[in-house]
Ligand binder design. Structure first.
Ligand SMILES: NC(=O)c1ccc[n+]([C@@H]2O[C@H](COP(=O)([O-])OP(=O)(O)OC[C@H]3O[C@@H](n4cnc5c(N)ncnc54)[C@H](O)[C@@H]3O)[C@@H](O)[C@H]2O)c1
Length: 296
């Protein structure tokens, strides 16, 4: 696999394009919005500067990484000669089914179609194509350039050869792949999301405030980030979508999303990417508890 495309240039798409480009792969980064592409390119450039400041990257390597990235809004031409396409668009089942139908018609017959979905069935996504044996989950963690894990998810029809190729490729870009089976939430989010949901319920029930909950989980459980801060970082819309997939998939009320999370998503308070969630990010380096959760 030599030529890569990444569909969706949001927080995950820019990170995925970054790691492939930095390890020498030409990447077509595709989005429906030119502004998302421009923002992704600026983010990648800023993150490469951070690596230079740490002494882990040279100016030449930054230039060659950026030169490997092409920004595209025309999915058809951007997929025509690719060997692997990693979809990282918004976590929405209908959108993903539509995109995979399009990718199937635009990409060459040998091209592997991977999805970075956090929870949606790989088997269902694969069924939207005529090549379910070439469809696989490649679940990167956020922030992609920093986090080592790739959860590789085998759909019902994914072949051993495809799973092997994706595993080898993940290692080639400096990641540690772990292969799992295709059930709702896979492994990472089946365990993480109930904890985040429970933290939101704890706030909703008035047991403790935002800072108290996050401090207890940081100091008490040695988590690097509290669950409410992590929910903001992931995106509250993404958290809600994952919980709905778990709830629908297992039919168990323990996955029912907290009404506070539902309300916040409806109000557009999605976390870091919208400037406010449980915290306010007017100064992104010094988030403060959002006004709605400040104690009087
Ligand atoms: N946020 C996380 O921490 C995290 C972690 C692992 C996996 N994921 C998964 O990664 C995927 C992307 O999440 P994100 O946080 O980067 O979302 P995001 O909202 O930051 O970005 C999504 C991008 O997809 C683009 N998009 C929407 N429709 C499109 C289309 N038809 N074609 C091309 N681009 C389109 C949007 O314009 C946007 O730029 C989701 O499936 C999510 O579940 C997220």
């Amino acid at each position: 696999m030599k030529k890569i495309a990444v569909v969706g240039a949001g927080q995950m798409g820019n990170g995925i394009a970054h790691v492939f480009a930095q390890t020498g792969y030409p990447v077509n980064l595709i989005d429906v919005k030119q502004e998302a592409l421009d923002k992704a390119y600026a983010t990648i450039s800023k993150n490469l500067d951070r690596q230079i400041a740490k002494g882990t990257l040279s100016e030449e390597a930054k230039a060659s990484t950026l030169a490997n990235i092409s920004l595209c809004t025309d999915m058809a031409s951007a997929c025509a000669d690719r060997d692997l396409i990693v979809e990282a668009a918004t976590e929405n089942i209908d959108l993903k089914l539509k995109i995979f139908g399009q990718l199937d018609s635009f990409a060459p017959a040998h091209c592997i179609l991977a999805t970075n979905t956090s929870s949606i069935s790989i088997t269902q996504i694969a069924a939207a194509t005529h090549r379910p044996q070439l469809v696989i989950g490649m679940h990167f963690m956020n922030p992609v350039p920093v986090m080592k894990l790739v959860e590789v998810i085998r759909g019902y029809s994914t072949t051993d050869a495809v799973s092997q190729q994706v595993t080898e490729l993940s290692k080639a870009i400096g990641k540690i792949p772990v292969t799992v089976n295709d059930y709702p939430g896979f492994v990472a989010n089946k365990i993480l999301m109930p904890m985040i949901n429970e933290a939101i319920c704890t706030l909703y029930e008035g047991t403790a405030g935002v800072e108290e909950i996050d401090t207890i989980m940081k100091l008490g459980m040695a988590h690097p980030m509290g669950p409410l801060r992590l929910a903001d970082f992931i995106g509250l819309d993404t958290c809600l979508s994952i919980l709905r997939v778990l709830h629908d998939g297992f039919g168990n009320p323990k996955y029912s999303p907290c009404p506070l999370l539902v309300n916040m998503v409806m109000a557009g308070k999605l976390g870091d990417k919208k400037g406010e969630g449980f915290y306010n990010y007017a100064d992104p380096k010094n988030p403060v508890v959002a006004a709605a959760f400040q104690k009087s």
